[in-house]
Design a protein around this ligand. Structure first.
Ligand code: ADP
Ligand code: MG
Ligand code: ZN
Length: 259
């Protein structure tokens, strides 16, 4: 008989593509459906000497979202370079508010069957999206087995808001309810269509489990790139079951990202 009952611990990282008319730091249009690499300019392609100018509407909209989430709002918008090398990042860095988020320390109250549940919002900040790699050949557009990869830079430089929750969610159902309310809030604010199928709402789930009643935070795994609410729910549930099984059989959970 197993003596321990387990409590899942879940924190979410959510990316929302803003539906501004133009990109985060240049005047290229934001949107789908245009021919590949037609919505680009020296700024979003990272040419030397190009001068990024922040999009005022994007800054207003992240503040709007922050206020809706009860956040403290930073008095200044500060951007920094986050350097990494990746083919879909032509500048070699992403411009982000990582160091000083516009919004911190908020919360969202989620109505659940058992009553209201408060979920902490650690931060919400602005950043720019990467371009899109298109893997050609092979199956279902994945990189494995592809013959070559093309890059469509149209998406590069699109304004994104990243929202990070505290690890305050305790079931797949709670995570789903939270996401539904967050999505509805975003759509009603009019700042994004927040459609998972279109990639304008993207969710990464961090999952761990702990003995019920304890407040420890055990090793977490991260599930990325889920493209529907039901995928998120099932992904979280499967990961919870796997981790409980690992702990109960005397093993350990190793930090891992499922992409
Ligand atoms: P990092 O900086 O490594 O990304 P963060 O502290 O920003 O780590 O946390 C990322 C996400 O993971 C947040 O949503 C947070 O709530 C969640 N998280 C952190 N620790 C745990 C844990 N032990 N179990 C589940 N989720 C966690
Ligand atoms: Mg993080
Ligand atoms: Zn541009």
């Amino acid at each position: 008989m197993s003596a321990t009952s387990w409590e899942p611990v879940i924190g979410l990282e959510i990316h929302v593509q803003l539906k501004t008319r133009t990109k985060m730091f240049c005047r290229c249009p934001v949107g789908f459906g245009a021919g590949e690499n037609t919505q680009t300019c020296p700024v979003c392609l990272g040419f030397p000497g190009a001068l990024p100018v922040p999009n005022r509407t994007a800054i207003e909209w992240v503040v709007k979202l922050g206020l809706a989430l009860g956040c403290e709002i930073a008095p200044r918008a500060v951007f920094a370079r986050k350097n990494y090398f990746y083919p879909d990042l032509p500048k070699g860095y992403q411009i982000s508010q990582y160091d000083l988020p516009s919004c911190t320390n908020g919360k969202m109250v989620v109505p659940l069957q058992e009553g209201e549940h408060e979920v902490g919002i650690v931060r919400a900040h602005l950043e720019e999206d990467a371009a899109k790699n298109v893997h050609v050949g092979g199956r279902s557009g994945r990189i494995g087995g592809a013959d070559y990869t093309l890059v469509d830079y149209n998406r590069g430089g699109t304004p994104l808001v990243e929202v990070v929750t505290a690890p305050d969610l305790h079931s797949a159902e709670e995570a789903r309810s939270f996401l539904q309310l967050l999505r509805q809030t975003i759509v009603e604010l009019g700042i994004s269509d927040a459609e998972m199928e279109k990639g304008t709402l993207r969710v990464d789930a961090n999952v761990s489990v702990r003995p019920a009643g304890s407040d420890e935070l055990r090793t977490r795994t991260e599930i990325k790139n889920m493209n529907s609410f039901s995928h998120i729910g099932r992904g979280i549930e499967a990961e919870i079951a796997r981790q409980i099984e690992a702990w109960e059989s005397g093993g350990v959970v190793e930090q891992h990202t499922y992409d």
